[in-house]
Design a protein around this ligand. Structure first.
Ligand SMILES: [Zn+2]
Length: 406
């Protein structure tokens, strides 16, 4: 995912950290070093407080990771792979390869995350006493983790999308009404109401002088609103594209070039004449790769006459190739990843039969709008593309741990 670095792979799942996470890591460590730790442990050096703050932030990070791994492992037990977990400023995102097919699967995959946070929080609270007796700094850290994990668990159980609680409520409505779309609509609406509620509370907090907490809560609301609107947009797309196959929407195959032609021939023969920015490359009439304007910029102009297209192209093994019978909803996420590109569509015999690009999708949407409802009679898609499960944590919005007893 954009803006992230990979830090580890656990059970085949890539763990990525979003860059925004580093900002909150520093912010949290500094906040703790200026507040909780000096209050509870006077007469220590600032470096020591910072060290404790950084350690606490690391352990909080581990807690959020546990929450996400719980989602991922239950999803896997239900036959849904999770290839990446991204940890970012407000918690984590587990990228499920497809939507859970039943209300029961949705319910289990969603509820296990908050339950994990509540269990971790509960264990920490039980351990505060013994930890304090052993070492006061350790006790303070455990107490902070306990409170934060419980807040994380309760918060994520709020019943609006995109929170886990929203997915839980969605699964319940889906099971009760047998109507997945209605369930999504209702829980997305609850998510939007929650979002406005948080934004208003955040503004009130700022006016009450609690600027840091207020900004935190307001940001959470804003994030919520974005995510709830995304759920609505996704729902609209799902309604239009349900059961529609790639072959119905794709554009006809554009002109291609053979890999043994020169860049000069590519530019004059295809790019300038057809005004194409991305050109598919063939070898013996079967697809071999693709060249873009970026590839050409790397070759000095005076070498265009001698350099073969095949030497600079991106090979087919790195392209995302579609087949005409795939459901559009399953491949839309790949199109979103390959910004500005088109995805080649190959028939079973390896022949290039078309490309799926943004224009093709927009064209289909416009036609659909002009003709009213699409009147598709094809069965609904099994999956509906990659789903992002989002979690929110608010370390800054938790109440600070009380001073140690004694
Ligand atoms: Zn979660």
């Amino acid at each position: 995912m954009r803006g992230s670095i990979n830090i580890a792979t656990i059970a085949g799942i890539a763990i990525d950290i979003n860059f925004s996470w580093f900002i909150i890591f520093v912010l949290l460590a500094v906040t703790l070093a200026n507040g909780q730790f000096p209050a509870a442990l006077p007469d220590k050096s600032y470096a020591f407080y910072l060290l404790l703050g950084a350690l606490t932030a690391m352990l909080l990070f581990a807690s959020v990771l546990l929450h996400e791994l719980a989602h991922a492992l239950v999803a896997r037990m239900r036959g849904i792979e999770v290839h990446t977990i991204e940890l970012y400023i407000f918690g984590g995102v587990s990228n499920l390869e497809r939507e859970p097919p039943t209300p029961a699967a949705t319910f289990l995959i969603s509820i296990v995350g908050p339950l994990t946070s509540l269990v971790v929080g509960g264990i920490c609270i039980v351990l505060v006493g013994p930890a304090m007796a052993f070492s006061i700094p350790l006790g303070i850290i455990i107490e902070y983790l306990g409170i934060t994990n419980i807040v994380l668990g309760v918060f994520n159980l709020l019943p609006g999308l995109p929170l886990d609680g929203g997915q839980v409520l969605r699964a319940i409505i889906w099971a009760a009404t047998h109507n997945q779309q209605r369930a999504t609509r209702v829980t997305a609406a609850v998510g939007q109401i929650l979002a406005f509620f948080f934004i208003i509370i955040g503004i009130l907090e700022v006016f009450n002088g609690l600027i840091f907490d207020g900004i935190w809560i307001g940001l959470i609301g804003w994030f919520f609103l974005q995510a709830a609107q995304n759920s609505n947009a996704r729902l609209a797309l799902q309604t239009v594209f349900r059961g529609v196959k790639v072959s119905r929407v794709m554009s006809p195959a554009p002109p291609t070039i053979e890999a043994n032609r020169t860049i000069e021939q590519l530019v004059t023969g295809v790019i300038l004449q057809q005004s194409q920015r991305t050109v598919l490359v063939t070898r013996m009439h079967s697809l071999a790769g693709q060249v873009t304007l970026n590839h050409l910029r790397r070759v000095p102009r005076e070498q265009w006459g001698q350099t073969m297209v095949g030497e600079v192209m991106t090979g087919i093994e790195q392209l995302h190739v579609l087949n005409p019978d795939q459901y559009l909803l399953d491949v839309l996420p790949f199109l979103a990843e390959h910004e500005g590109d088109h995805l080649p569509v190959l028939a079973a015999d390896g022949q290039l039969v078309g490309v799926l690009d943004r224009e093709a999708i927009v064209r289909y949407l416009q036609l659909h709008q002009m003709l009213g409802s699409g009147g598709e009679s094809t069965p609904p898609s099994q999956g509906s593309g990659t789903r992002e499960r989002q979690d929110v944590s608010a370390p800054g919005a938790t109440s600070p741990p009380s001073s140690p007893v004694g």
